[in-house]
Design a binder for this molecule. Structure first.
Ligand SMILES: [Zn+2]
Length: 279
C-alpha cells in the first residue's frame, strides 16, 4: 500500500480505462495485491463486483493502518472470501509510531485467524515516510516481530519496502521466510530481491520508469502482477481497480516479448507455490 501516494497520477490516456481487458478476461487474470477495504465504504461492494467481472481472484493485504483496523476490514470483506484471499499484517507507516498495545491486538487477531489467511502482510519498512531514527527503529522492531510470527506459523510474508529495500531483504533472509516484495521499484536491487523472494510488478509499470527496469530484470518464475488498488492507478484521475492488472500484463508482454497467456500461467504457478492456492 502506498498510503500517501496520490491515486491516479498515471498515464495521460484515460480514453477507456479497461481498454484491453476484454480478451485477457478469457485467460483469467489474478490481482496478487490489492486493498479492497480501502475504497470509500460505500464503494467497496461496487468495486468488488467490478473486479469479479475481470479477474478470477484478488489477494488482499489487510493491514493495520491508522483507522483501517484489521478486524473492521475483515468484516467488510469476509463474505467474498474464496474470491478474495486475505493476508493480515501491520503497515510500516503505522509501525513507525511504535504502539505495542496495537501490535498485540493485531497479533491476537492474526493468530485467531491464522488458518484462514494465506500470508502475513503487508509488513515492512518505509524510510521514505519514516525519517526520524526513532520511527525507523520502531518499524524495524515491529517488522522483525511479524517476521517471527510468520516463521512460527510457517506462513509466507508480503513485504512493503521503500527506501529500505536492502535492509528488508536482509531481514527476510535472516528470518528464513518466503517473501513477496510487493510493488518493488528499486531496479538496482531487483536481482537480489529475486534471489530472496518474489517480486510484484504493479500497475505503476505504466508510468514509473524504475518499475519497467525491475520488470526487465526479474524472471517470470519469480514474478507477481498487482494493482495495489485503490492506489497506483495507471490512469490519471481514475481510481485503480483489480481489472487494471491487465495493464501490467500488457506492458510485460511488450517489455519481455512474451505472450500474455504465458505470463498469466507463470503467475498462476507462483501463486500456487507461494500462497498455496490452486486456482
Ligand atoms: Zn499495498
Amino acid at each position: 500500500m502506498s498510503v500517501f501516494d496520490d491515486p491516479g497520477k498515471g498515464m495521460e490516456n484515460t480514453e477507456n480505462p479497461e481498454f484491453d481487458s476484454a480478451d485477457l478476461r478469457e485467460i483469467k487474470l489474478i490481482d496478487c495485491h490489492a486493498h479492497m477495504e480501502l475504497y470509500r465504504k460505500s464503494d467497496v461492494e461496487k468495486e468488488i463486483r467490478r473486479a469479479k467481472n475481470c479477474v478470477r481472484a484478488v489477494f488482499d493485504s489487510i493491514t493495520e493502518y491508522r483507522k483501517a483496523h484489521v478486524h473492521k476490514s475483515w468484516e467488510l470483506l469476509k463474505n467474498h472470501f474464496g474470491f478474495i484471499f486475505p493476508t493480515l499484517g501491520y503497515h510500516p507507516n503505522e509501525a513507525k509510531r511504535g504502539n505495542w498495545e496495537k501490535v498485540e491486538r493485531v497479533e491476537k487477531f492474526l493468530l485467531d485467524h491464522a488458518k484462514e489467511i494465506v500470508a502475513v502482510g503487508e509488513i515492512g519498512l518505509d524510510f521514505y515516510h519514516a525519517t526520524a531514527d526513532r520511527e525507523r527503529e520502531n518499524q524495524l522492531r515491529i517488522f522483525r516481530h511479524f517476521l517471527s510470527i510468520a516463521s512460527e506459523l510457517d506462513l509466507p510474508v508480503v513485504v512493503h519496502a521503500r527506501e529500505a529495500e536492502e535492509i528488508a531483504i536482509r531481514e527476510v533472509e535472516r528470518a528464513g521466510v518466503e517473501a513477496y516484495f510487493h510493488a518493488f521499484a528499486e531496479d538496482e536491487l531487483a536481482k537480489r530481491a529475486q534471489d530472496a523472494g518474489y517480486i510484484g510488478i504493479s500497475t505503476g509499470i505504466a508510468f514509473i520508469p524504475k518499475v519497467k527496469r525491475v520488470a526487465e530484470k526479474v524472471s517470470l518464475e519469480r514474478m507477481f502482477v498487482e494493482t495495489d488498488s485503490p492506489f497506483m492507478s495507471p490512469f490519471r484521475g481514475v481510481t485503480n481497480n483489480p481489472c487494471n492488472v491487465s495493464v501490467a500484463v500488457r506492458e510485460l508482454e511488450r517489455l519481455k516479448s512474451t505472450e500474455a497467456d504465458e505470463i498469466v500461467s507463470a503467475v498462476l504457478k507462483n501463486v500456487r507455490d507461494f500462497f498455496g492456492v490452486e486456482l
